[in-house]
Design a protein around this ligand. Structure first.
Ligand SMILES: *Cc1c(COP(=O)(O)O)cnc(C)c1O
Length: 397
């Protein structure tokens, strides 16, 4: 189906932060498959885990016990607020599970009227019907029938509107601690703490979508850890979880998960042995303190260098935002053109809402590669400036 606007660029292989085209051209990858290849391309540890499992067992069924599913669930619950995990094949399915879990909780508590999920402008929760309804982005909803009941949308960061909106039919609040597709917008840590408190006071469940910002991208394993007393009840993760192998997960406390009893949800592939082998290897790497220390070092470097770039190109870069290695450059010039300028420098970056481009490099990018990325961004800024200046010189049509 013609649902993608594709760049005529095809890759044959990758290694670390480097992608090679079929013609052998090398590109520095600072989008990492949109925050998926967090450990770089063809990471030897993940390749070995996948190969070893491929020779043993790919798939059984969730009617059987799957030992490495239990191991990965334990690794995730040990490292987070959660007590239980449901495995999916994608981020949007993890969101579906989160929404179902929240509504079923209130049903099990004798409050079936509590169905409303409150979300925020600029959010992105995936492309299945409930997920696009939770996001509320009009362009993703158009043509797909009437908006579903039970979804409420508020301006990003509007705490007054949020306090006013939570009522007797509210089931949950859903948010990305750092918005990804919306253009690398981070919730203030104090707001997350206040939202947690509001949820406790009103019996509302708090759902975080850490599909993009989670699993080490902000320099802590989960982005919510930066805020004090702000752990969610339910959380969706995916992307970096499989490093490129499709796997997602919905995490919950035992309390929030109480409605999800035998028969209330399921998946054929979710949590199969092949996915779990890769997930286990991936999480074992992502929880390493050395990796998080490395991420924070990279973040410091990028902050300083991008600050300099903003000063040198105030006509191109308006603002640097985001958190950790989910970095947004809000631009004065069109972001799609800027991505093309970056590609001409053999640098891959992602787009984003609000005329942003995003840097989402692998977490194990080296400092030398980070410096190379800055050099290429400088080249892209130069090209963007030259284009604006040549347009200004051209006689008006
Ligand atoms: C990518 C993403 C999703 C959707 O994940 P899929 O695997 O594409 O279904 C949901 N939420 C956020 C924050 C994402 O970045």
């Amino acid at each position: 189906m013609g649902v993608y606007s594709r760049t005529p660029l095809a890759f044959e292989r990758g290694e670390g932060a480097r992608l090679y085209t079929t013609d052998g051209d090398a590109y520095l990858d600072c989008m990492a498959g949109i925050a998926v290849n967090a450990l770089g391309h063809a990471n030897p540890i993940l390749v070995a885990a996948l190969k070893a499992q491929a020779e043993k067992l790919w798939h059984t069924s969730n009617i059987f016990t799957i030992p490495n599913q239990e191991k990965l669930a334990k690794a995730l619950t040990d490292a987070s607020f959660a007590d239980e995990v449901f495995f999916t094949n994608s981020g949007t399915e993890a969101i579906e599970c989160a929404i179902k879990t929240a509504r079923k909780y209130h049903w099990a508590m004798g409050a079936p009227e509590r169905i409303d999920i409150i979300g925020f402008d600029g959010s992105f929760h995936g492309r299945t019907l409930a997920a696009v309804n939770a996001s509320g982005n009009a362009s993703y909803l158009e043509g797909f029938g009437p908006p579903m009941p039970g979804f409420v949308h508020l301006p990003f960061g509007d705490m007054d509107a949020l306090c006013a909106a939570v009522g007797p039919t509210t089931a949950a609040i859903i948010l990305e601690p750092v918005q990804g597709e919306g253009g690398a917008r981070s919730w203030p840590e104090a707001d997350l703490t206040a939202i947690r408190k509001l949820c406790d006071e009103t019996g509302t469940l708090l759902i975080y979508d850490e599909i993009q910002c989670g699993l080490g991208r902000t320099g802590k394993l989960f982005a919510y850890e930066w805020a004090a007393d702000a752990a969610p009840d339910i959380m969706a993760i995916a992307k970096a979880l499989g490093g490129g192998f499709p796997v997602g997960a919905c995490l919950a406390t035992a309390e929030a998960g109480r409605g999800m009893t035998v028969g209330s949800h399921g998946s054929t592939y979710g949590g199969n042995p092949l996915a779990m082998a890769v997930g286990e290897a991936s999480v074992a790497e992502l929880v390493k303190p050395e990796l998080m220390a490395h991420v924070r070092e990279l973040v410091g470097y990028f902050k300083q260098q991008l600050g300099g770039l903003t000063e040198r190109y105030p006509d191109v870069v308006e603002e640097i935002r985001g958190k950790g290695l989910l970095i947004g450059l809000k631009l004065h010039t069109p972001n799609r053109e800027f991505m093309q300028h970056a590609r001409e420098q053999h640098l891959l970056i992602a787009g984003g809402g609000d005329n942003c481009v995003r840097l989402l490099p692998p977490l194990n990018l080296t400092l030398a590669e980070a410096s190379e990325a800055i050099g290429k961004l400088e080249g892209a800024c130069e090209a963007a400036r030259a284009k604006v200046q040549s347009q200004a010189r051209a006689p008006a049509a």
